[in-house]
Each structure stands twice: as structure tokens, then as C-alpha cells.
Design a protein around this ligand. Structure first.
Ligand SMILES: Cc1cc2nc3c(=O)[nH]c(=O)nc-3n(C[C@H](O)[C@H](O)[C@H](O)COP(=O)(O)OP(=O)(O)OC[C@H]3O[C@@H](n4cnc5c(N)ncnc54)[C@H](O)[C@@H]3O)c2cc1C
Length: 466
């Protein structure tokens, strides 16, 4: 691997090699996990390349292929499993200079990979009154390419499901990493070859996404005396066909009073809460529904003063993984899990078993037409062994865990090879240049996911030159 020879082939494509800046750009939010923090703290690339066009991406990938330089793509770097960390060093490929919205139609938008989600919505709202169906809570920073390659769903998933569902991504343009990189247009089922593949098998340069009608969403916070009452109410809201909502999530005490700093004045000690984003047309009905369920309306953004609105973040920035971020700011020993609870009884069981060691946070999401409990519980971390035990307690009680303390696709996901993604890597990245170490099936096809051991990328080796 020769970075100097690689760099010489890049011409006037912008690069950065100041070690401190390169190290900053080599990191994502891996530090949410004490396990990943210990494993990945030292990881850094040697250079950051910032292409401005598809042709410059192709030039960069051809040079990387020729000189055996590992390439790790990066959007805003807000992923939190170390997905965007360059385990083999080499180059970070920063896509954020390719940030244009290319085309807006009544029901869809096409943008370059580095377009920021909030900026996309500004433009589509102004042009056609539409907005992305769902977005991560990192909406104000995250790129569309990074969301597709590294994310799963978020605010809006209670209505629209996740990125994995057919129809959630309409099309992508992807560039391969070969001697002569190709531009491929992926549609339909082919999208799943590259979506949520951490950039291991192609660089996304454009994406086309469906739009939903935009609304001036009203934020609400509803208080309950017990967490189970809050979780039952959240489920009931998500099931109401006539209530147009974009976000419904429940939080066990003491999360709201301990970690939602700016909203603290609205929350009583010991209260569990439900956060809601509701369309103005459904706000009155939601208030009625809340009183039927004996919830206490603690805050409504449509009744807030100008001064309050300036001071308070939107409720989606308390939700999803922003909950973990807010807890970490107050208590650095906190970490989290990603879980799925089949029913409210499973939620109750886990709350009873783990109590305040696992302050519960549940996002209501829709999956194949069914409203499900997607857990993002906080964990009061003590040791890695205890964390594993908490995971086992979930699994023993038929609750899935998507382990956020692993940096590989498989271990953080379904713990099995995604054959389509592996086959596409063979075609689009034959030398294994793209984001090395993140796809176990490529590095070690015989790895046994059932053996209960974490997979470790072999020494974070450099990629060898051609
Ligand atoms: C506070 C907080 C809250 C979050 N909430 C959510 C949430 O609600 N839902 C959710 O799904 N995620 C969430 N995340 C994770 C993350 O913010 C999102 O997935 C986000 O969309 C990632 O976008 P990014 O531009 O920051 O991508 P990055 O972090 O830069 O990259 C993510 C992955 O995609 C790869 N990649 C980036 N760009 C490309 C490209 N153009 N082509 C190929 N591969 C590429 C990277 O190598 C990496 O593997 C959260 C994270 C934090 C820290």
C-alpha cells in the first residue's frame, strides 16, 4: 500500500492529511459502546479524500484499487457501531462535498449521497409540500448516503417501516471499486445488495427516495405514573388509524427527569413519559385520546411561547439514539442495547427482571403491517460479561437483540451471511478494498456465529498492493 503513489494519482481532488484532522474524520459515535471504545480507539486513516463528482469518485477508487489502499466511505460520521472507522487505515472517502438535490417530483426526490436529510426536506417542502417518509434523529447532520448504508429507520418508522422494506428506497447509483470503476443504477430488489452494507460493496453516489406529505408536526410529551401505563398508551396511539403521527416512544423513569435536561421543568419526579409527533389535524383528537388513557399532557409545542420554542430541542432529538446521547452527557457510564419485544408482556418481563439496571426506552415502529416494540434501553454498564448476560436474558425470554457493541454487519444484525451482499462484493469490490473488516462473510466465511465469540478482524492488516 503506497499512500504517496495513491495520492499522486488523485490530481486536484481535495485531500487532507493533517493527522489530527484525519483522526477526527476516522471516527464515528463508536464511543457509545464501552466495548467498541476499547477496541477501536486507536483506529485512524492516513488521508481523507473529498471528491466533488462521480468522476472524482471513480478516479479515487481506481487509484485505491491500483495501489491497494483501503477506502472507508464517510458521510457525517454519526453512525454508532464503528461502521465508518477505517480498520485497515488507508483513506477516508468523504462524500459530504457531493450534497446536491438533483431532482424533485411530487412523490420522490433524488439527491447526491452527501445531501443532508434536513436540507433535502427544506427543498422538497418548498417545491412540492413533501418530506422524507422517515429519518434518523440525526436528521440535521446525517447524509442520505450514510443513512442508506449505515442506518435502519427512525422518526416516521411508526407509519412507514424501515429502509429494509421494499419501496423505502427507489433507486441508487453506485460506483464499483475495480481497475475501471463502473457506475451502476440499482432498482427494485437489487437495492438490498448495497443498502445497510456499511459501504463494503460499493460507493453510493446518488439515491432516490419516496416522499410523504409534509406537516408542521406538533411535539407532545405525555406523563404517566408507571412505565407500563406509558408503554401501553404508546402502543395504543400507534394502533389508532385516525391519528396521524410521525413519532411515538416511551421512556421509563428516571430517564425523562434525569436526562432530558431542557424539558425537565415540564416533568414531575418519578414520571415515565411518551413522546409524540402528531400532525396539526390530529392534535385535538390526540388530546382527547390522552385523557381517555389518563395521561397527563405535560408539553405541546403548538401551545409553547416563542421563547420556549427557541430554548427546547424538537422531541425527536430526545428520541431514538439521542436518548443515549443525552444520558451519556449526564452519566458517562451509561450504554445501550437495541432490542425487539414481541409484545407488551415481553416488555413487562424484561422490566421486572432488570429494573433500573436497564432504564427502558421503546420506539413504536411498524413492521410488515404490525406495530412492534423496538427497544433502545439504556444500560447501567458494569462489565462486558454482565452486558453479555443482559443480552442472554433477553434471548432466553424470546426478545431479539441487535448487538450495538459489534462493528461487523453480521454480528450487529441477524448473525448470518447476507448472500446477496456478499455476491455483490465479489463483483463490485473484488480486492476487498472497501471498508475492510466489516463483513465477516468476506473475511472469514467459516466463522461460527453460534459459538458465542466476538469476531475480531485479523490484526487490522493493511490491504496489499496489486
Ligand atoms: C444521536 C444519534 C442518533 C441516531 N439515531 C438514529 C436513528 O434514529 N435511526 C438510524 O437508523 N440511525 C440512527 N443513528 C445512526 C446514524 O446517525 C444514522 O444511521 C445516519 O443516517 C448515518 O448517516 P451519516 O451520514 O452520519 O453516515 P456515516 O456515519 O458517515 O456512515 C454510516 C455508514 O455508511 C457508510 N457510508 C457513508 N456514506 C456512504 C456512501 N455514500 N456510500 C457507501 N457507504 C457509505 C460508512 O462507511 C458507514 O459504514 C443515530 C446516531 C446517533 C449518534
Amino acid at each position: 500500500m503506497s499512500i504517496a503513489a495513491f495520492r499522486a494519482d488523485l490530481g486536484d481532488i481535495p485531500v487532507e492529511d493533517h493527522p489530527r484532522i484525519v483522526q477526527q474524520r476516522s471516527r464515528d459515535h463508536y464511543w457509545y459502546s464501552p466495548v467498541l471504545k476499547a477496541k477501536l480507539d486507536h483506529v485512524t486513516a492516513e488521508i481523507v479524500v473529498s471528491p466533488r463528482s462521480n468522476d472524482e469518485v471513480k478516479t479515487t477508487l481506481a487509484a485505491a484499487y491500483k495501489h491497494g489502499v483501503a477506502i472507508t466511505p464517510r458521510g457525517a460520521g454519526t453512525g454508532n457501531y464503528g461502521q465508518a472507522m477505517p480498520l485497515s487505515g488507508g483513506a477516508m472517502l468523504n462524500l459530504m462535498s457531493m450534497d446536491k438535490v438533483l431532482d424533485i417530483k411530487k412523490d420522490r426526490v433524488r439527491a447526491q449521497a452527501g445531501a443532508v436529510l434536513e436540507q433535502m426536506d427544506h427543498q422538497t417542502k418548498a417545491a412540492v409540500g413533501g418530506e422524507l417518509r422517515f429519518h434518523p434523529s440525526t436528521y440535521r447532520m446525517a447524509s442520505i448516503g450514510g443513512f442508506i448504508a449505515g442506518g435502519s429507520g427512525g422518526v416516521g418508522s411508526v407509519r412507514w417501516g424501515g429502509l429494509r422494506n421494499l419501496g423505502s428506497i427507489l433507486g441508487m447509483k453506485v460506483i464499483t471499486c475495480e481497475a475501471e470503476p463502473r457506475e451502476l443504477d440499482l432498482e427494485g430488489e437489487d437495492i438490498l445488495k448495497v443498502a445497510h452494507a456499511y459501504g463494503t460493496n460499493g460507493i453510493i453516489v446518488e439515491a432516490e427516495m419516496p416522499l410523504a406529505p409534509a406537516h408542521d408536526w406538533v411535539d407532545m410529551i405525555v406523563g404517566f405514573d408507571s412505565f407500563i401505563a406509558a408503554a401501553r398508551f404508546a402502543e395504543a396511539v400507534a394502533l389508532q388509524d385516525g391519528l396521524l403521527v410521525k413519532e411515538v416512544s416511551s421512556y421509563a423513569a428516571p430517564i425523562p427527569e434525569a436526562y432530558f435536561n431542557r424539558h425537565k421543568p415540564y416533568i414531575k419526579a418519578g414520571q415515565s413519559v411518551v413522546l409524540i409527533m402528531v400532525a396539526p389535524v390530529s392534535a385535538a383528537a390526540m388530546t382527547l385520546f390522552t385523557s381517555h388513557h389518563k395521561g397527563e399532557m405535560l408539553y405541546r409545542s403548538d401551545r409553547a411561547s416563542e421563547e420556549e420554542l427557541k430554548r427546547l430541542p424538537p422531541v425527536y432529538e430526545l428520541a431514538w439514539n439521542h436518548t443515549t446521547l443525552r444520558a451519556l452527557k449526564v452519566d458517562p457510564t451509561i450504554t445501550y442495547l437495541q432490542t425487539r419485544y414481541p409484545t407488551i408482556d415481553h416488555v413487562q418481563k424484561i422490566v421486572d427482571l432488570l429494573g433500573d439496571e436497564l432504564p427502558m426506552h421503546i420506539e413504536m415502529t411498524r413492521q410488515d403491517g404490525i406495530v412492534t416494540f423496538a427497544g433502545l434501553p439504556l444500560v447501567r454498564y458494569t462489565t462486558e460479561e454482565r452486558l453479555e448476560e443482559i443480552i442472554r436474558i433477553h434471548e432466553d425470554n424470546d426478545c431479539n437483540v441487535f448487538n450495538p457493541h459489534r462493528y461487523t454487519l453480521e454480528e450487529g444484525g441477524m448473525k448470518r451471511t447476507d448472500q446477496k451482499q456478499l455476491d455483490f462484493k465479489r463483483e463490485a469490490d473484488p480486492r476487498g478494498i472497501l471498508n475492510p473488516g466489516k463483513m465477516v462473510a468476506w473475511e472469514n466465511p467459516d466463522f461460527d456465529f453460534g459459538a458465542g465469540k466476538a469476531w475480531l478482524f485479523d490484526g487490522l492488516n493493511p490491504v496489499h498492493a496489486a
